[in-house]
Write a protein that binds this ligand. Sequence first.
Ligand SMILES: COCC(O)(O)CCCCCNCCCN
Ligand SMILES: [Zn+2]
Length: 664
Amino acid sequence: MGTALIYDEEMTKYKLLWVDPACKIEVPERLSVSYEALVRTGLSDRCVAVPPREASDAEILLVHSEEYLEGVKKTPHMTLEDLKEFTLQYGDVYFHPNIYHCAKLAAGSALQLVDSVMTGTVRNGMALVRPPGHHSMRSAASGFCVFNNVAIAARYAKQKHGAKRVLIVDWDIHHGQGVQYCFEDDPSVLYFSWHRYEHQKFWPNLRESDYDSVGKGSGAGFNINVPWNKVGMENSDYLSAFCHVLLPVAYEFCPDLVLVCAGFDSAIGDPEGEMCATPDIFAHLTHLLMNLAGGKLCAVLEGGYNLTSLAQSVCQTVQTLLGDPLPRLANLGSPCESALESLQCVRSVLRRYWPILKHAADPPTTDVGSRRIKLAKAEGEKAETAEEERSREEKVWPEPAERLRPPVCSASALPDDAACPDGLKRLTSSKDLGPLLGRRIKTEVAGDADGVATFLRLYTLIEKMRTNEIGNGVALVPDVAAAVKCVVQDLGSDLVNRVLVVCVGKEELNYATADGKMLVVQISGEDKEEQKGKYYIPMCLKKGCGDTVGFIQAVLGLLLPLGYEYDPGLVLLSRMPGSGVGDCMWQQLIGLLKGFAKGHTLVLMQTNDEACMGPTASVLLGHPAPPLQELLTPLPDDGDALERMRERLQADWKMLQTAVSSGN
Ligand SMILES: COCC(O)(O)CCCCCNCCCN
Ligand SMILES: [Zn+2]
């Protein structure tokens, strides 16, 4: 199934007709440069072009009031003076004779996207629209928005397609207060937004944009605000918010559909956000959401005002929707203290609603709330002078790296008598092993023919991943533990710099290399509290690997942050016989680990584990992992043990932090 792309140049045909410093950044070129970049890179040709349509009155009335719609309907016939007059009643927004038409197309585009995804015509998609939507409210336009495109789409998905639970992820740098108001008492729509806040000093300067607005009534717990109280947030801050706040809750919520308020003013270079996250971060944010809801994801453009980072970020997003390998995120730092304070605050208010967060730390001792300052609008929003604007230094960042699809997506290395699943390319061992290696086979590696054959197969797989001839691969081997040892000791570190070894099951694995060439993470039911140094991390689930809740907590809160910080060149994932891990969980694990090492994942399974070959091959080939059924409430001990482990490890691994360092 493909990726839908919705765009129509009609939505570029309105603009600001008078002087208004607050609105001058919202220009038609935002849409045209984004689309042109998709065309120039060849990405648009790989998408399924879906035409927009006008949202009907009834669809708009799913969110907005009749009086508001009636008012907007009059704008096409207004004189310039009337348009200015009409605009005055709202904030930071402008009207134009053609904006009503475009607003219907923008909302209708979101609905076309929902139809295409919910009917299975496509797997996922993106709508490039103007005007944006997430600020508009039931009876008010705001922040360049006229109709709330994504809020309408969520209501529509429920009403027309019977969606039970819809997740809305808003990575725009502004708080989508319009979306929050729409669903704050609705437990069927989970709204997650991060936004520049600066203790209420930043637009829209709302008290209810802070972390303690968690929703109301039966919607309590289903509204998540992550305020950024400083500018300059980086990739590590964004990934920490996903791994330690959004993803655990999203997995527990188990949505049927994911809608993204895809604003790119959260990228570096944007005059509104003033953040430092690079465009390739959106490849990973998109990827991390694609294993939810069976891959049903609709991204709808919101903000984004730096035309360079906007276009690059749109391309990164669409390229991930198309299933291309992800870029490696270079030198992730530690999340900054301010970000950790925000994560700690929001986790502490959410833990009572979401068992998966039940072990989250208490709020920080310093009362963050007391720093909220409600500046008088004039003072807070004093329009910066042209001088100030020029003085703000121009940000520069590297062009995102190319993300080349390897000629072969997935390969298999199997014993001759094993069946090869459809779509996998069966590898025969490469003859040219190189003299050095050849000699070593004779001596060190298991001398028997099987051992040699296994060695040859694994070497071939890894070598072809290193040269990007193949993306990922699966090998069936007679003895998984021996094969892991063979890769770890003889292959991995020679061929690849930094191998992330993830072992599911109980085998004793103690190859951790102190030099960090390997990071061995073992998830098992065995209690191995002692830890063998920074690079061997045993994660023990008291109830074993069959405990999906414990397993997903270990993956999201520990394995993912570790993987991002370690930044491996290869991922070796082995499934020990008798591990007890469920197929769905196993597929989710493969799907998530594909985000590392440009997708170079080598899966090792025991020859008699053939039953799992199908599900494994499906995800390796790029099919979305099926959703985990609604997660049961975890027993306290598992979360507790993992939480204790996280606290112990965070001294070595900064991405594991979820709170300000206890000293503060
Ligand atoms: C959904 O619209 C996308 C958006 O969130 O980016 C809109 C931002 C409105 C920002 C209003 N203040 C402008 C002050 C200019 N210095
Ligand atoms: Zn924005």
